[in-house]
Design a protein around this ligand. Structure first.
Ligand code: 1HN
Length: 321
């Protein structure tokens, strides 16, 4: 018998046994440091808001101080101030504001995380090249770069271009299948189009929202159908000051970006006032409700498909408003 096994066999009491299990990297299940299960979700991630005007000031300063080549991407990540976190906005998702200056390109690369962008402010000549397809950006467009699709950006105009990136990088970091390949410079363009599976043009989104019926909670929302994006649900929701839905909580982690208008949202016990370009986040199982002070459109990126596919999704509607 090894010494360690003999020591285990000779333990006289539980305390003793626990110490003799330590060097073997066993932890007695009756002696956990902290609970491993709990009654309902209790994420450490916090409801948070980031304001577009702050991000813009930061990006414009960065535009003077670093070029796209040095930066790889000139972006500002929205980091949830949870102990030990230096990156993620929520447990599974990260979001960032990005800016590209006139004449710059952000070189092509591809990675296993899935990415998408909501275009905020661009003049006519900003574009993304996804797998050789050049898509010119308009404010309000949603552009997809599914996992392992080559993607890079360019600005041939006279004004800086700004957008918001959303990625499932923290989920990929958690389950580990991270891959990244770099292209030298920008991938050549085979085709220029705005009719592509990689873009939801703002024109179509506006039409679809105008035609949408209220759902069972009185919400006017459309889902952007993106089968190439396995981990995220993409929702556009139109809010009017005359109407608001009851608070709803879900196991989903949700990021909201303000496409237009202004209002206030309650996320758990926090209240956030928002206007165009702002981003706020609702961690799992926090009640979410929105009140518009003028007509508004919110874009929501959520990890709902992950919960659905794994059988974890739960949704609850508050009984009272
Ligand atoms: C990325 O590839 C882009 O391609 C933006 O513009 C933000 C954040 C994390 C990891 C990769 C882009 C990103 C990113």
């Amino acid at each position: 018998m090894t010494d360690a096994r003999k020591a285990l066999a000779d333990s006289n009491n539980l305390e003793d046994l626990r110490h003799r299990l330590d060097p073997l990297d066993f932890m007695a299940g009756w002696n956990k440091h902290e609970a491993s299960l709990w009654k309902e979700p209790r994420t450490a991630y916090k409801p948070m808001i980031w304001h577009w005007e702050d991000a813009k000031a930061g990006l414009d300063a960065a535009g003077r101080l670093i070029n796209a080549e040095q930066a790889e991407r000139r972006n500002l990540f929205m980091v949830n101030p949870v102990e030990g976190n230096h990156y993620a906005s929520l447990r599974t998702l990260v979001t960032a504001y990005q800016m590209i200056l006139p004449g710059e390109t952000a070189r092509t690369h591809r990675h296993s995380p899935n990415a998408l962008r909501l275009v905020l402010d661009v003049a006519d000549d900003c574009y993304t090249v996804v797998d050789g397809v050049r898509i010119d950006m308009k404010p309000g467009d949603v552009l997809l770069t599914p996992g392992m699709c080559w993607h890079g950006h360019g600005n041939e105009g006279k004004r800086p271009g700004y957008w918001i990136d959303f990625l499932d990088v923290p989920l990929v970091q958690l389950i580990e299948p991270m891959f990244l390949d770099l292209w030298e410079g920008l991938q050549p363009v085979d085709k220029v189009t705005r009719e592509s599976e990689f873009v939801f043009p703002i024109e179509q989104t506006s039409k679809d929202l105008a035609a949408a019926k209220r759902d069972e909670h009185g919400r006017v929302r459309i889902e952007l159908d993106a089968p190439s994006m396995p981990t995220t649900a993409l929702i556009m929701e139109k809010l009017t000051s005359a109407h608001h839905a009851p608070p709803i909580r879900s196991t989903e982690n949700q990021i909201f970006a303000v496409l237009s208008g202004s209002g206030t949202s309650r996320i758990g016990h926090e209240s956030f006032r928002w206007s165009r370009g702002d981003v706020f986040v609702a961690p799992s199982w926090h009640y979410v409700s929105h009140k518009a002070s003028e007509d508004a459109v919110l874009f929501c990126v959520s990890d709902r498909p992950v919960h659905e596919k794994l059988g974890f999704l739960r949704v609850e509607v508050a009984a009272t408003m």
